[in-house]
Structures are given as C-alpha cells and as structure tokens.
Ligand binder design. Structure first.
Ligand SMILES: [Mg+2]
Ligand SMILES: [Zn+2]
Length: 188
C-alpha cells in the first residue's frame, strides 16, 4: 500500500481577519502619520496570546482616506509597514494587509470595501482558508457585517466612538479580552 505523503509544515487553517484602526491601534480618523501610531491597550498582549493559540492574522482595512485624498498609497504603505515592523519586534506576524482605497462618494463603488467580502475572498484564495472558519474582529458594524457575510465568528471590540447596531457573536473590551472571551467559548 503506497504511503500517503502528508504536506510538510502544513500551515494552520485558523485565521483571524483583523480590522486595524480602532482594533489594533487607536483610531484617530484617517490615521496615516507614524507619530500618531499608538497600540490600543491589550492589543499586543492579545495578539500574542491568539498567535500562541494557533491563529494567523490577516489585516483587512477600509482606507477611505485614500479616496478622499487625505493621504496617498505610498504614505499608507509606509505607515502600515511600520506597524508590521513594530508588531514583528514583539514576534507577532501579520501574514498580509489588504486595504480598500475606495469610497462610493469619491471613487467608483467597489467589491472590496467592508462589509463586502472582496478582500476576504482574495486572502482566502492566497492563503487557502475557508472564510466561514475565520474569526472576524473589529470595532465597527461594518466589521461585524463582514464577518456575518462570510458566515464566520464575529467579535466586536467595544472601544469605539461608533454606534453598534449589529449584534456580534461576542463582545470584548480589547484584543486581550477578545482572547479571553474566545478561550472560554472553545473557539480556540
Ligand atoms: Mg476600525
Ligand atoms: Zn474598495
């Protein structure tokens, strides 16, 4: 009987779709200057715990500041790479960042702006995961709607200045609290 060859180092299929602004770092509104980059309380600790629990991270972020001309793609990339670097120094790996540069009032409408699934589908294709098996963490209704559109598990970070009308599966104060909530529910 031939041996079944198992792929080596088969990557974990557990992915978290992470919002960025208001979830990992402070949302100061169209944030793009490195001097304004500030981790939210519990964010680094929470990501570490979630990573240790076997999750891999994808950032998916709406960046309407690009559509509005507040900053450009180069500035976005410099800022985001700095964030990835700072997380890297804490041994936290972000697999990839996907961003939507559109806003229906300023550009064409698109398939990527959350809560549309475009960016998640793209990531799922590149990383080979099932979008309904992901955990979706963010601070806005559009993040929760995205998670529901993908039939995944939703966790709302309740630190936000934005109203919440969509009921998530779980609520947490920050990413560390999200880890604790998920650990209790055996999602982890
Ligand atoms: Mg946000
Ligand atoms: Zn878009």
């Amino acid at each position: 009987m031939p041996l079944k060859i198992m792929p080596k180092n088969k990557p974990s299929s557990k992915f978290i779709i992470l919002d960025r602004d208001g979830t990992i770092i402070e949302d100061r509104g169209y944030i793009h200057k490195i001097k304004d980059m500030k981790f939210l309380p519990g964010a680094v600790r929470g990501l570490k715990k979630l990573q240790n629990a076997g999750f891999r991270f994808i950032i998916i972020t709406n960046q309407a500041g690009l559509a509005r001309g507040i900053y450009n793609h180069a500035q976005f990339n410099i800022f985001n790479q700095e964030l990835i670097k700072r997380l890297g120094t804490k041994n936290i790996k972000i697999e990839k960042t996907y961003y939507c540069p559109h806003h229906p009032e300023f550009t064409r409408s698109c398939r990527c702006r959350k809560p549309k699934k475009g960016m998640v589908l793209q990531a799922a294709k590149e990383f080979g995961f099932n979008i309904s098996k992901c955990v979706y963490i963010g601070d806005k209704d559009s993040d929760m709607e995205l998670g529901k559109n993908c039939k995944g598990i939703t966790v709302l970070i309740e630190n936000s200045q934005y109203p919440n009308r969509i009921q998530p599966d779980y609520k947490a104060k920050n990413l560390y609290h999200a880890f604790k909530v998920l650990a209790k529910t055996r999602v982890i």
